[in-house]
Design a protein around this ligand. Sequence first.
Ligand SMILES: Cc1cc2nc3c(=O)[nH]c(=O)nc-3n(C[C@H](O)[C@H](O)[C@H](O)COP(=O)(O)OP(=O)(O)OC[C@H]3O[C@@H](n4cnc5c(N)ncnc54)[C@H](O)[C@@H]3O)c2cc1C
Length: 466
Amino acid sequence: MKFFDVAIVGAGPAGLFAAYELAEHGIRDIAIVDAGKDVRYRVCPLISAHSSRELGVACAGCRPCGVLYGVGGAGLFSSGAINLHPQVGGDLAVLLKSYSRAEEMIKYLDSILRKFGVSDETLKLPNPELVKEWERRAAKAGAKLIAPSQRRLGTEESIEFTIKLADYLAINGVKILTETVASDIEPAGDRFKLPTNRGIIEAARVILAPGRSGAAWFSEISKKLGIQTAPGPLDIGVRLEVPDYVMEPLVSVIEDPKIIMYTKTYDDKVRTFCVNPRGFVVAERYNGYVAVNGMSYRELKSRNTNLALLVTVQLTDPLEDTIEYGRQIAMTATKLGGGKPLIQRLGDLVSGRRSTWSRIDRSSVEPTLKDVTPGDIGMALPYRVVTDVVEAVERLDDMLPGIASPQNLVYAPEIKFYSVRAVVDDWMQTNVKGLFVAGDGVGLSRGINGAAITGVLAARGVLKTL
Ligand SMILES: Cc1cc2nc3c(=O)[nH]c(=O)nc-3n(C[C@H](O)[C@H](O)[C@H](O)COP(=O)(O)OP(=O)(O)OC[C@H]3O[C@@H](n4cnc5c(N)ncnc54)[C@H](O)[C@@H]3O)c2cc1C
């Protein structure tokens, strides 16, 4: 049995930034356990063998890969869009109870990115005059536009950054134990035991940062240990893929615009999420179902832009378990797709007709994700969600003509679980003393920025108690 001052579960942004903060303050006995592989051995289906070799990252052509697991976390093969805005990526201002504290943390995060060589050209600062014009157009569509400043690393620079950060941690004594799955946590006096598939680890403090892939596991642990949690929402919807020229006028001003609206039919919140100009739609495989997401690369470009349209669903009495509700929907969609995500032409979705490969082939938009099943998303997602999505696309067409073209493609399910939200103090400590949490899997963030910042805060909390 090995003893550490701090054990961190998860080597995504939350876990890595927590370890960085601890190492910077002289803590040396830190272990990070991660179920996935070292960043250099993670496999991405889309990075070309050429750029993989340059980066020293394994690439296996077009095989499905562990997108969600491993050092760098779920965002490693993403477009690496890091929002420098307190209200994007989870509401940090609310979590920290202070807008200025949230802004300070964003600046600190950015300083770490620059320290590890993230280039100046990744910084996207939207032009305020042009933003105002787009805000007017959004208002005309009955929507609100948020235009965050962003670092857009692209997958290649995200990988480079993660390699540098992980190497720095290793030099500073942090043990990153890969392919190591934490199965449980047992309080044992003034320390914790973490049984893993590679033996038991003991630590004085624990930071749980298991990401969305570990959200269900965290939910179980919280029930077992009596960690206080609050029910949270579920975001469910589709990923829309359109020709890049449809979104170009907007994304040339704001790289990753956030558009929020409330539907007339149900007064439900619908928001755009993760816009990938000239990017790719990807499949995320979870235990028991498959979902979709999007990403973009610095060099490799498609002719399409994809974005998520997500409806926020909040369940209350008697069913609060939105994870279970969302899982059931995702499993139904996966069953209908024969184990693959569903794809449909927008026009077919609107007219309630199943898409077939011959109809998809006639579309002017060529799908960037091919391992999909043409089907009827209206059979898979709740009627209310489909109605909200269709209304949102039609209203967005006032702002972005062509976005509601029947030729455009819709993939489903796109689903974001945030349901079990740990109740924490200002330093991310739970009601179980010595047990801290950070990141998406515990409901505290919704993006790389929020995950990294809650990781830093958890580390500062640990430092206060060690
Ligand atoms: C395809 C894709 C594109 C995305 N694009 C963006 C983007 O452009 N910008 C953005 O801000 N966000 C993006 N996101 C979301 C972003 O990746 C997450 O918000 C972020 O990674 C959350 O960080 P985290 O550290 O909380 O969790 P994760 O990054 O999910 O990391 C959690 C880690 O914990 C490990 N783990 C889980 N359970 C266990 C266990 N029991 N034992 C050991 N290890 C465990 C996993 O292997 C994983 O490596 C994207 C996500 C995906 C999937």
